[in-house]
Design a protein around this ligand. Structure first.
Ligand SMILES: C[S@@+](CC[C@H](N)C(=O)[O-])C[C@H]1O[C@@H](n2cnc3c(N)ncnc32)[C@H](O)[C@@H]1O
Length: 211
């Protein structure tokens, strides 16, 4: 989907402009320890909003068969450059995509799921649950409601509905972002077992669990 907000962010970066958001971050330290401590009898992983593909690369090195999905054509190209012909890369909108059911042993998504209205995020979380195999695991992040006041990019914003705002300036101008209180996170993920939620240093909820 060329022309999307995020595709423009990647195009600017590839043309020598600044890195934005997680583009040049290392892998999230909670993700690395999650993979290290978890047992995976089977290893088929999906990364929703795979960006430049670094999480997929790590998972491949850990023996996973991988699929990545992103709505940015530039992200898909960067991921293909990084992974070569290893794994499947899907150019699609995460809220619209028809995920295969009962398929993935692990679904991850960092700094991505919140780029829409809350009703779309809820529907996507239902799809994620259906797409996991029994005992399949999640590693997801969602920004906490504190980020509305703490993130510089939200300094100027318009509120669309409770917990969903549009930044009025910066690279993500005009793209809805949804933010989550603890009670919402507990409710949204209540069907998972071995659920662990914690706030990271950027104010995001980091959510780990098992179907
Ligand atoms: C902050 S970046 C995170 C990328 C990667 N997960 C990481 O942590 O490096 C957000 C990613 O979500 C993707 N994205 C945003 N909205 C999307 C949508 N509706 N469908 C699919 N991908 C989307 C963007 O293209 C971008 O790659």
């Amino acid at each position: 989907m060329p022309g999307t907000v995020w595709d423009n962010i990647y195009k600017t970066y590839l043309a020598g402009g600044p890195a934005w958001a997680t583009l040049q971050d290392d892998l999230h330290p909670c993700f690395v320890s999650f993979i290290e401590k978890s047992a995976f009898p089977h290893k088929h992983a999906l990364d929703i909003g795979c960006g430049a593909g670094k999480y997929l690369k790590y998972l491949q090195l850990k023996g996973f068969r991988t699929s990545g999905l992103d709505s940015s054509e530039s992200a898909v190209e960067m991921t293909k450059d990084l992974l070569g012909d290893q794994g499947k890369i899907i150019l699609a909108d995460m809220y619209e995509y028809q995920y295969p059911s009962n398929t993935y042993d692990l679904i991850i998504s960092h700094a991505t799921l919140h780029h829409g209205m809350k009703k779309d995020v809820v529907t996507l979380l239902d799809k994620i649950f259906e797409a996991l195999v029994k005992d399949g695991k999640i590693f997801l992040s969602l920004p906490s409601d504190d980020c509305i006041k703490n993130w510089a990019m939200m300094a100027k914003h318009e509120t669309l509905e409770d917990g969903t705002c549009i930044p009025l300036c910066g690279p993500e101008k005009g793209l809805p972002h949804s933010f989550y209180a603890k009670e919402e996170v507990d409710r949204l993920f209540s069907r998972y077992v071995n659920l662990e939620t914690e706030i990271d240093e950027c104010g995001r909820w980091v959510i780990q669990g098992e179907k």
